[in-house]
Structures are given as C-alpha cells and as structure tokens.
Design a protein around this ligand. Structure first.
Ligand code: AMP
Length: 210
C-alpha cells in the first residue's frame, strides 16, 4: 500500500498539483471538476482533498501519512503539533501581517485584533508584551476595521491588493509563509522508505533555495 496524502483545497491545491505531477503523482480523475474528495493517483498514492485547517488533524491522527498545507495553518495549529515538517515546497508564498487603516494610531491604548489566526495573533502580542482583545472571524477579515469591529487585523497578504481595496496598510510582518510537507510520526518510522521516496521526488521538483 502506498501513501495517503492530505491536500489543502483551494489556492494551494491549484499550485501543488503541477508540482505533484512533475513528481509523478497525478490523480486518475480530474480533481477540479469532480465532486469526489478522495482520489487514486499514479504511483499508487491516494489523495484526500480538504480544508487547510483539517490537514494537520488528518496527518496527526495518521489517516493521512503526509499532508500539504501552508505554514500559516501549521503555526495556527499550535505548538503541540505532533507531526514532522519535512519540506518547504516553495509555493503559496505570502506573509502573515498586522494591517491597520491607513495612518491610524495603533501603538497606544487598547487594541482589538480581528483574525482567523487567533493563536498566531495571541502569541505575536504576547511576544510584544501587549494585552489585546482578539476577535475570531471566519472570513472577510479586511472589513473588520472598516465596520468598526476591530482596530487592526492579522491576516495573510500576497499582493496587498485586498488590503488597499479596504483602506488598510501593512504595519508589522509576523512571518513569511509558504507551503510545507508534513509527515505523520508513525509513518515516518514504519513507512520510512515510501516517505523518503516522496520527499526526494518532491524535493527534486521544488525550486532551489526554498
Ligand atoms: P492579496 O490581495 O494578493 O494580498 O491577497 C490577499 C488574500 O488572498 C488574503 O485574504 C488571503 O486569504 C489570500 N491569500 C493570498 N495568498 C495566499 C496563500 N499563499 N495561501 C492562502 N491564501 C492566500
């Protein structure tokens, strides 16, 4: 039996499918048009497509031997994460930022922080020794300052277009993000050869320096 790979649907999936194809792993059905979520692939691999935040869960529990998701998701999953991070795939590059309305004073007084990345935001402000109120949101984070829900946001920024369109600007860079390969602890030991083959195949098609 070959490996099961948990894949982050959406933008990361779109960017990682060509990479997987170059590594000899291609789903036998069209992953974009199919309503299926589990796919057999060339090389005997099995692909499961899911929300990014579920990828670490599937890998930690060993339902998937390996997973592909963003560093943002891995950081948000937390310090207790029980899996190995084996490879930076060099795709899905972006950054986690604090953003605020253009020109706003965010250095004094109480601060309300809207974000999907509650744990990342808490540890960022803990690190700064600043007490803030973190407001969890599931989406459309950029409208939180506009609507008066929050003073700043912690969110993923790529081109910065979304921020600009909502009257926001980048203030603090928390961390650079890219897509990572994570490996279940047991699989890393009991299926070492298969895991190593996959890591080497992906490393070979990943841009150098990533
Ligand atoms: P942009 O307008 O290019 O700065 O893109 C910002 C939005 O795109 C954010 O709200 C993110 O949710 C999303 N985004 C950008 N890059 C990525 C990425 N590499 N992975 C996941 N989401 C991203």
């Amino acid at each position: 039996m070959s490996l099961t790979i948990a894949l982050n649907r959406g933008r990361i999936l779109k960017e990682c499918l060509p990479l997987l194809a170059r590594a000899g792993i291609e789903p036998l059905d069209d992953i974009h048009s199919s309503r299926k979520l589990i796919f057999d692939a060339t090389g005997g691999y099995r692909l499961i497509v899911m929300r990014g935040s579920d990828v670490p869960t599937y890998v930690e529990h060993g339902v998937a031997d390996v997973g592909i998701t963003g560093k943002d998701t891995i950081l948000e999953y937390g310090d207790g994460a029980d899996f190995y991070e084996r490879l930076d795939l060099g795709i899905g590059r972006c950054r986690l930022m604090v953003a605020a309305p253009v020109g706003a004073d965010i250095d004094t007084g109480p601060l309300r922080v809207a974000t999907k990345f509650v744990n990342v935001a808490r540890s960022w402000y803990d690190g700064l020794g600043r007490q803030v109120t973190v407001i969890p949101l599931a989406g459309a984070i950029e409208i939180a300052p506009l609507t008066g829900l929050a003073d700043v946001i912690v969110d993923i920024v790529d081109t910065g277009n979304t921020l600009r369109a909502n009257g926001l600007e980048e203030r603090e860079r928390i961390v650079d993000i890219s897509t990572r390969l994570i490996v279940n602890r047991a699989s890393q030991k009991t299926r070492f050869d298969a895991v190593q083959t996959l890591v080497e195949r992906l490393r070979a098609v990943t841009a150098p320096g990533s």
